[in-house]
Design a protein around this ligand. Structure first.
Ligand code: NOJ
Length: 584
C-alpha cells in the first residue's frame, strides 16, 4: 500500500528560529502560520516541528516539562491546532517530535521524584540508584553523557545530605525515564493520543534506540575513551521494540488516517537498524549514513547502497537527509577539507561538526549538487530550514550568545549546534532580516551575521539562479522524472568521480570531481535541470549534478537486478565500521 510519506519532501521547522510573530526575538507558532504559504510555494509535503512543548529550554525543547502543553514562548495548543489546520488546508502534513527517553528536571514527575524517598513509586519512574564508594560519593557506574561529563547527577536528600544519583543520557536537566515501569508506558500512550486527536500526522522519535538501558547498568569498558554515544549498554536494548509496537498500534487505531513514526536511530549495523522497521514498529529511520559521508563519489554511492539495502530488506522507504539541527550545515561541510576516514560511532556526529577553513563558494556549489542527488533518490527527503537558502554554519557567534548544552558542558571546547540554529533571514533590508515584526525591540535569540542579508528569502525568490529557486524547481520536477517507489539503477560511467543512476523516466548524473566530465558515448538524454551553470547534453561541470529526461539504452542493471544486489549488499553492509563497537 502506498503511504503519504513514501516519497514526501518533509521540511524541518526549528520553530525557535523560523519566524517570530510575537516580537520577542524567538520564533513561534503564529510566525510559522504566517509563513505557511512560503512552505507551500516551496512545494514540500509535510512539516516536522522540533519540540515545542512546555520546556525550560535547557536543550531547546528536548527537555519537556509538560507533554500536554505548548511552551508559552511558542504559543498555545490552539495556535498549534491553527497551524495544523492551515497546513492541512494547503496539503501539508504535520509531524511533531516525541522526546520519550527523558523529560525536563522541571517535569512534575521528576520534581516529585526528587522530593520522594529512595525506593518510592515517584523515583521508580526514573533511574535513581545509590552511589558507589564510601558514602555513595561515586556515580553508580562510569557512564558518560552524550553531551560530555558523567551521565549521573546526585540529588539532595530531604535532610539536606547528599542522596541518590539519577541517570541522564544527555544534560542533567534531562533525566531519563525508566521505561520498564508501566506507568511510563501508559503516560506516553496518553501523550500520543492527545496530539494525534489534535490532528498531528505523526512523530519523529528522538533517540529512538535509547529508551531502555541494560537492566544491570553495567560499567562501560570504553569509558576512558570519551562520551557515551557508543556504550551499547545504554542503547539499542531488545525491550525497546515493545515500546514501538505499542505506539504503532495506537497510530493504527486512527485508520483510515495513516499516523506515522520516523526514528532517530544510531546503531552500529544495518541489521540492527532493520529491527526497528519491521511491520509493527516504526515506518522509517533517518539515513544518517549519507549525512556523515565526505564529498566523495565512492562514499556517497556506498551510503546510498547500504540505505537502499536496508530499505529493500524492510520494505520501508528510505528517509534521506543532509541537514538537521544537530549538525553543521552542508554548505559549510562540503566547503571544508574532505577527510576519508571511516567515522566511528562516537564521532559520527563529530564528522558532521568539524571546524576548519571553509570555501563557501565551493561548499555552496556542492550543496546545490547534493540536493539534486537527494531529490532524485527513491524515498522520503528531509530538508532542514534554511538549507533552501544556502545558509552556512555560523561559526563566529559570540561566546556569551551560545546556548547549546554541548558548548556549556564542554566549557567551550566544542562549539555545539547553535551555528545551524541562527534565525532565518526573510527580508534583506529589514531589522533582524524580517525574522521579527517591524518595531521589535528585542534582538533575535541568536545574532544573525550580516552575510545573511544577501541570502534572505526576498533576495532569492525572483532570482532563477538562487538556491531557493533550485529547490523549488527540483521539488516541483522530482515526481515527474523520478516516479515514486520506482527502484534505482546505477550506470557504470567509466569515470570514478561521475555517479549516474536512472529511476523511472529520469537519469541523475553527479560529478564529484574538480573538472568537467563527459557523459558516456551514446547517451542521448535531454537536460532538464542542473545544479551549476554550463551543464549541457554532453558534460557535467565540476562539483555539479544534472537531471536528464530519458534513460541510457544499454547501461545499468536490468529491473529486478538492483533489488537482488541490494539484498546481497545487506549481508555485508554496516552503517559504519569500528573496532570499538561491542556487538550484541
Ligand atoms: C537528539 C536531538 O536531535 C538533539 O537535538 C537533542 O539534543 C538530543 N536528541 C536529546 O534529546
Amino acid at each position: 500500500m502506498s503511504e503519504w510519506w513514501d516519497d514526501a519532501v518533509v521540511y524541518q521547522v526549528y520553530l525557535r528560529s523560523f519566524a517570530d510573530a510575537t516580537a520577542d526575538g524567538v520564533g513561534d507558532l503564529p510566525g510559522l502560520r504566517s509563513r505557511l504559504d512560503y512552505l507551500a510555494g516551496l512545494g514540500v509535503d509535510a512539516l516536522w516541528l522540533n519540540p515545542c512543548y512546555a520546556s525550560p529550554q535547557r536543550d531547546h525543547g528536548y527537555d519537556i516539562s509538560d507533554y500536554f502543553a505548548i511552551d508559552p514562548a511558542y504559543g498555545t495548543v490552539d495556535d498549534l491546532a491553527d497551524v495544523v489546520n492551515d497546513a492541512h488546508a494547503r496539503g501539508m502534513r504535520v509531524v511533531m517530535d516525541m522526546v520519550a527517553n527523558h523529560c525536563s528536571d522541571r517535569h512534575e514527575w521528576f520534581q516529585a521524584a526528587v522530593a520522594g524517598r529512595p525506593g518510592s513509586p515517584e523515583r521508580a519512574r526514573f533511574l535513581f540508584r545509590d552511589g558507589r564508594g564510601p558514602g555513595g560519593v561515586l556515580p553508580p557506574n562510569n557512564w558518560q553523557s552524550v553531551f560530555g561529563g558523567p551521565a549521573w547527577t546526585r540529588v539532595m536528600a530531604a535532610d539536606g545530605s547528599a542522596g541518590q544519583w539519577y541517570l541522564h543520557s544527555f544534560d542533567p536537566g534531562q533525566p531519563d525515564f525508566d521505561w520498564r515501569n508501566p506507568e511510563v508506558v501508559d503516560y506516553f500512550e496518553r501523550v500520543l493520543k492527545f496530539w494525534f486527536d489534535l490532528g498531528i500526522d505523526g512523530f519523529r522519535v528522538d533517540v529512538a534506540h535509547g529508551l531502555i538501558k541494560d537492566a544491570a547498568l553495567p560499567d562501560w569498558p570504553g569509558a576512558d575513551e570519551g562520551k557515551g554515544d557508543h556504550n551499547y549498554a545504554m542503547w539499542d536494548q531488545p525491550e525497546v521494540h515493545g515500546i514501538y509496537r505499542g505506539w504503532r498500534s495506537i497510530g493504527e487505531g486512527y485508520a483510515p488516517e495513516r499516523k506515522y513514526f520516523v526514528g532517530e536511530i544510531w546503531v552500529p549495523s544495518v541489521e540492527r537498524l532493520t529491527r526497528y522497521l519491521v511491520d509493527d514498529e516504526l515506518h522509517q529511520a533517518f539515513s544518517f549514513d549519507l549525512l556523515v559521508q565526505p564529498w566523495n563519489a565512492e562514499r556517497f554511492r556506498g551510503a546510498i547502497e547500504r540505505t537502499l539495502a536496508q530499505s529493500a530488506q524492510t520494505g520501508t522507504p528510505a528517509a534521506w537527509t543532509l541537514n538537521n539541527h544537530d549538525v553543521h550545515r552542508s554548505v559549510t561541510r562540503y566547503g571544508q577539507r574532505q577527510d576519508l576516514v571511516d567515522p566511528s560511532p562516537s564521532d559520527m556526529i563529530a564528522a558532521a561538526r568539524r571546524i576548519g577553513e571553509v570555501s563557501l563558494q565551493l561548499g555552496t556549489l556542492r550543496a546545490r549538487t547534493a540536493v539534486l542527488l537527494l531529490l532524485a533518490l527513491p524515498g522520503t527527503v528531509y530538508l532542514y530550514q534554511g538549507e533552501e537558502l544556502g545558509l552556512p554554519e555560523v561559526f563566529d557567534l559570540p561566546d556569551d550568545a551560545r546556548q547549546d548544552p554541548i558548548w556549556l558542558r564542554s566549557n567551550g571546547a566544542e562549539l555545539g549546534r547553535d551555528g545551524c540554529r541562527v534565525p532565518l533571514p526573510w527580508s534583506h533590508d529589514a531589522p533582524s532580516f524580517g525574522f521579527s515584526p517591524p518595531g521589535t525591540a528585542l534582538a533575535p535569540w541568536l545574532p544573525q551575521p550580516s552575510s545573511f542579508g544577501k541570502l534572505a528569502v526576498d533576495m532569492q525568490l525572483d532570482d532563477p539562479n538562487s538556491m531557493l529557486a533550485l529547490y523549488q524547481r527540483a521539488i516541483a520536477m522530482r515526481g515527474a522524472l523520478f516516479q515514486a517507489s520506482v527502484g534505482l539503477r546505477w550506470h557504470e560511467t567509466g569515470q570514478h568521480e561521475l555517479l549516474a543512476f536512472s529511476r523511472g523516466d529520469g537519469t541523475c548524473v553527479v560529478n564529484f570531481g574538480d573538472r568537467p566530465l563527459s557523459l558516456p558515448q551514446g547517451w542521448d538524454l535531454e537536460l532538464m535541470q542542473a545544479s551549476g551553470a554550463d551543464s549541457d547534453q554532453a558534460q557535467v561541470p565540476a562539483n555539479s549534478a544534472a537531471w536528464f529526461a530519458g534513460v541510457p539504452a544499454d547501461h545499468g542493471a536490468k529491473p529486478g537486478e538492483t533489488i537482488e544486489a541490494d539484498r546481497r549488499l545487506l549481508e555485508t553492509a554496516t552503517v559504519y565500521r569500528s573496532q570499538s563497537v561491542r556487538e550484541q
